[in-house]
Design a protein around this ligand. Structure first.
Ligand SMILES: Nc1ncnc2c1ncn2[C@@H]1O[C@H](COP(=O)(O)OP(=O)(O)OP(=O)(O)O)[C@@H](O)[C@H]1O
Length: 250
C-alpha cells in the first residue's frame, strides 16, 4: 500500500513551554486509510494535526503529504488537504449557504459547481431545509455538520478532522460518521482525533495511541485489542497504555 503521509521524528516545543508537546514522532499513514489519533487530554493530538495542516511550525523533524515535502510545497499541500477544526470556523451571522459559498470560493470553486456542491452536501447531511438560516441559530450538531462541509467542498485527497463528533447527539454523530465513510470510499484518506473510543474502534482502519507527546502503540483496532491481555475493547487498551491519572495541567 502507498503511503499518503510520512512523518519522521517530528517534534514540537511551543515558545516558553518547559516540555515538548510532541516528541520525536514517526508514523506512516497509507492512502485510503481512516487513521485515528487517540490519547488523553494534552497528549499532543491537536499539535500533530495542526503541524500536518501547516497551522503550527514543527520545532524539528520532517513530513511529506502525497510525497510533497512540507518545507518546499506547503501551498501545493494546502490544495489537496481539507481541515475540519475542533472549534467552529463559521461566521455566525451568515447563513449556512453563505458560509459554504465563502469557504468554497476560498478553495477556488465557483459558479454552478460551487452552488450544486453546497446543495448536494447540505442535503446529504440533512441541512438543506436550513440552508438560508443564520448559523448562530443552529444547534451544536447542526454547526458541526456545516463545519464538516466547509472542509470538504473541494474534494480533498486527505482530510484532517479534530474531534468532529464532540458535543453532538447520536443522530448527528451517525450522520457525520456515515458521511465520512462515503467520502473515504470515494478516495479521501482520513486522519481524525477523538475521545470516543467505541466510535474509533468501529470507524478506523488504523490507530495510534499518543500520550505525553509520544506514540505508545499503533495498529488496527483488533491488533491493538489482541495485544493487551484481557482487553475487551479499545478503551481497555487505552487505559492499560495510558493509565488512570487525570491530565489536568495549565
Ligand atoms: N499554543 C500553545 N502554547 C503552549 N502550549 C501549548 C499550545 N498548544 C498546546 N499546548 C500544550 O501542548 C500539549 C499538547 O496539547 P494538544 O492540544 O496538542 O493535546 P491534545 O491531545 O489535542 O489534547 P485535547 O484532547 O485536550 O484536545 C499540552 O500540554 C498543551 O497544554
Amino acid at each position: 500500500m502507498q503511503s499518503i503521509i510520512k512523518i519522521e521524528s517530528l517534534s514540537k516545543k511551543y515558545k516558553d513551554a518547559d516540555q515538548f508537546s510532541l516528541n520525536d514522532v514517526s508514523l506512516n499513514i497509507n492512502e485510503g486509510e481512516i487513521f485515528g489519533l487517540l490519547g488523553p487530554n494534552g497528549a499532543g493530538k491537536t499539535t500533530l494535526i495542526s503541524m500536518l495542516c501547516g497551522l503550527v511550525k514543527p520545532t524539528s523533524g520532517h513530513f511529506t503529504i502525497d510525497d510533497l515535502d512540507y518545507q518546499h510545497h506547503s501551498s501545493k499541500i494546502k490544495k489537496i488537504i481539507g481541515v475540519v477544526p475542533q472549534e467552529y470556523a463559521l461566521y455566525p451571522t451568515l447563513t449556512a449557504r453563505e458560509n459554504l459559498h465563502y469557504f468554497g470560493s476560498m478553495y477556488g470553486l465557483k459558479g454552478s459547481d460551487l452552488k450544486d456542491k453546497v446543495i448536494e452536501t447540505l442535503d446529504l447531511l440533512g441541512l438543506l431545509k436550513f440552508a438560508d438560516k443564520p448559523v448562530e441559530t443552529f444547534s451544536g450538531g447542526m454547526k458541526r455538520r456545516v463545519n464538516l462541509i466547509a472542509g470538504i467542498l473541494h474534494k480533498p485527497k486527505v482530510l484532517f478532522l479534530d474531534e468532529p463528533t464532540v458535543g453532538v447527539d447520536v443522530q448527528s454523530k451517525n450522520a457525520i460518521i456515515d458521511y465520512l465513510k462515503v467520502l473515504n470510499q470515494n478516495g479521501t484518506s482520513i486522519i481524525y482525533t477523538s475521545h470516543h473510543l467505541a466510535e474509533a474502534e468501529d470507524f478506523c482502519t488504523n490507530i495510534a495511541i499518543l500520550d505525553r507527546g509520544r506514540i505508545y502503540a499503533k495498529g488496527t483496532p483488533s491488533t491493538l485489542i489482541n495485544s493487551v491481555e484481557d482487553a475487551r475493547n479499545l478503551e481497555d487498551v487505552f487505559i492499560s497504555l495510558t493509565g488512570k491519572d487525570l491530565r489536568d495541567a495549565i
